[in-house]
Design a binder for this molecule. Structure first.
Ligand SMILES: Cc1cc2nc3c(=O)[nH]c(=O)nc-3n(C[C@H](O)[C@H](O)[C@H](O)COP(=O)(O)OP(=O)(O)OC[C@H]3O[C@@H](n4cnc5c(N)ncnc54)[C@H](O)[C@@H]3O)c2cc1C
Length: 421
């Protein structure tokens, strides 16, 4: 991309598309955001809403391979893998396995830290300055363990986060934890690591508020408008072809640049991009309810059960589990019961009727745990911003800033290398 573009189309209106639109609009571009469905109804809708700058270590790490292998043989654990004849998933798993070592984990950690750190700071001021109503709270987050063995196994990670990233946690055990969080069943949690800089919010409200703000600033949103292909001229795209919901034929939309922020759907567009995007959908679930009477004061991750609990001002959510089974859109009651059983083990009032929503989302998972924020190799005016794994909400602002810097040919605020395709 040589001359500075004046107009841009963002393909995919999840949190990454919105954050990209934000910075592109601020850079003075005319911005349109299109989505095949409704804005914010993909993975950015019902996630757990945690903003944890300490989520630095990626999923591929020493020991993850063993867990992954055992997940292929049992379907009732928090991690479930069913590759079947899905050869793309096999290739992805192979690549994941190659990243499960300490060197790669620490390398990915640096790339994740850069985007997490900036994003946490952004949200604090952005939400306040723009009065975005999204249940924003800065209470910290508890990483809870059921046994001393698993609690202590986190010591080395804590050391790395404290010494290399200046993110120390407080280890809390026994009575102190129960006093801090009366929602626990006494005697069940062995202890927790408390990260006081963490925050949480309600993701669907953030998306709605951010979209409204962008609309007021002149960004155009077009829903039920599916990207189909690029119209190319040499090594760049001059337009895209889209299909609107009730239209009988495709239409052309022109812009100087395009952002592909289609989350877990991005690899379905490999042919159009002319390259291979190493993303697999990692399906997770959440259940949203009214706040129980004995509602936790703190958001928490029950680490041994892999269940996240988010007490929000307007509700209460339990979520998580990870299933690699391709683009399966069914709601599996067994996976919902993993969430219920996990929270029931620790909390005095783990759920509350009536259920407001049971939801699944496809996390865009990359084999190295890093997002791809990069020019498309064969189309110089197309930037890919996808593959945010389990940290898309908490790393969206830094991603948006990076996207805008790539599009406008500015020097990037963070080292671009870790996110390059
Ligand atoms: C259970 C669960 C809990 C989670 N908890 C957290 C958390 O606490 N904190 C956190 O940071 N992250 C969390 N995540 C991860 C986070 O939700 C994702 O990383 C993030 O939402 C990804 O955002 P995205 O914009 O890339 O994708 P999406 O939100 O999925 O958006 C992609 C959009 O692209 C659109 N699209 C796709 N193809 C096309 C096309 N051809 N044309 C037009 N539009 C298209 C889709 O309709 C969709 O709206 C969680 C995920 C799950 C499943």
């Amino acid at each position: 991309m040589t001359k500075t573009p004046q107009s841009v189309i963002v393909i995919g209106g999840g949190i990454i598309g919105l954050a990209s639109a934000h910075y592109l609009q601020q850079a003075g571009l005319q911005v349109q955001v299109i989505d095949q469905g409704e804005i914010g109804q993909g993975c950015s809708h019902g996630n757990c809403g945690l903003i944890c700058p300490d989520h630095i270590m990626p999923l591929p790490r020493p020991g993850a391979l063993r867990k992954g292998l055992s997940a292929m043989f049992k379907s009732n654990g928090p991690l479930s893998i069913k590759p079947g004849l899905n050869f793309r998933l096999w290739a992805w798993l192979f690549s994941f396995a190659r990243n499960c070592n300490e060197r790669k984990m620490l390398e990915a950690g640096k790339g994740r830290h850069a985007i997490l750190h900036y994003s946490r700071e952004f949200y604090t001021s952005f939400i306040k300055e723009n009065n975005i109503e999204c249940d924003w709270e800065q209470n910290g987050c508890l990483f809870v363990y059921g046994s001393e063995k698993t609690l202590d196994a986190y010591d080395p990670i804590d050391r790395v986060l404290s010494e290399e990233h200046n993110l120390p946690a407080r280890k809390i055990t026994g009575k102190e934890l129960e006093e801090m969080e009366p929602a626990f069943i006494p005697g069940v949690a062995a202890g927790a690591w408390y990260y006081k800089q963490d925050a949480h919010l309600r993701p669907d409200k953030l998306v709605a508020g951010w979209k409204n703000l962008l609309q007021q600033q002149g960004v155009e949103f077009i829903e039920h408008c599916e990207f189909k292909q690029f119209v190319t001229g040499g090594s760049s795209a001059s337009a895209i072809m889209v299909q609107r919901k009730e239209a009988d034929k495709q239409e052309e939309m022109q812009a100087d640049a395009m952002i592909l922020s289609a989350g877990a759907w991005t690899p379905l567009l490999n042919k159009e991009l002319g390259c291979n995007i190493p993303i697999q959908p990692g399906k997770g679930y959440s259940i949203t309810m009214p706040r129980p009477k004995i509602c936790p004061r703190y958001p928490m991750i029950l680490e041994d059960e892999k269940v996240a609990i988010t007490p929000m001002q307007s509700g209460y959510r339990i979520g998580s589990t990870m299933q690699f089974a391709g683009y399966d859109s069914s709601i599996d009651p067994k996976r919902l019961s993993i969430l219920k059983t996990g929270s029931k083990k620790y909390l005095r009032e783990p759920y509350c009727e009536p259920i407001e929503e049971t939801w699944y989302g496809w996390r865009p998972m990359t084999p190295n745990g890093l997002p791809i924020i990069s020019h498309a190799p064969k189309l110089s005016n197309v930037v890919i911003a996808a593959g945010h794994n389990m940290i898309g909400l908490m790393s969206a602002p830094a991603t948006g800033r990076h996207v805008a810097e790539l599009v406008t040919n500015q020097p990037t605020s963070i080292d671009a290398t870790p996110y390059q395709l």
